[in-house]
Ligand binder design. Structure first.
Ligand SMILES: [Fe+2]
Length: 134
């Protein structure tokens, strides 16, 4: 059985409750999606869940970028968010056009992206904003 562990872990904390809660929620939406995928949920259900995940991710990126608006490297950070959305839109389009089935590969991509982006980029950006504020 191919199982992926999808949950927020304390080592991913950036120290801003609102953002940490949103990251937690992203993992939770993805975990729900994965559960439904494993259960063999229908196309419509999965498409709707993916849509909800993407809507939430978009709102989260806006909130996060607002926190980081004075960071000198915000443009690079925003580019990472943009690349993620672009990749997800591609998955979504391929799925809706019947070119692919939503798969564990996509879930793995999102899990790895979230973990890598939060630990590699978000944590660094938020800690440099906080040290500047002190
Ligand atoms: Fe980010």
């Amino acid at each position: 059985m191919n199982t992926i562990s999808i949950h927020w872990t304390p080592d991913l904390a950036v120290g801003i409750t609102e953002i940490d809660d949103q990251h937690r929620q992203l993992f939770s939406l993805l975990a729900d999606f994965y559960t439904n995928l494993q259960k063999g949920a229908g196309r419509d259900v999965l498409a709707k869940m993916l849509e909800d995940l993407m809507t939430y991710a978009g709102q989260h990126f806006i909130a996060e970028e607002a926190y980081l608006k004075d960071h000198p490297d915000l443009a690079q950070h925003r580019q990472q968010h943009y690349s993620f959305i672009k990749q997800m839109n591609q998955y979504e389009r391929d799925y809706l056009h019947g070119n692919i089935s939503l798969s564990v590969d996509m879930v793995k991509y999102v899990t790895n992206w979230l973990q890598g982006h939060i630990s590699g980029t978000d944590k660094e950006f938020f800690s440099s904003m906080q040290s500047k504020a002190e």
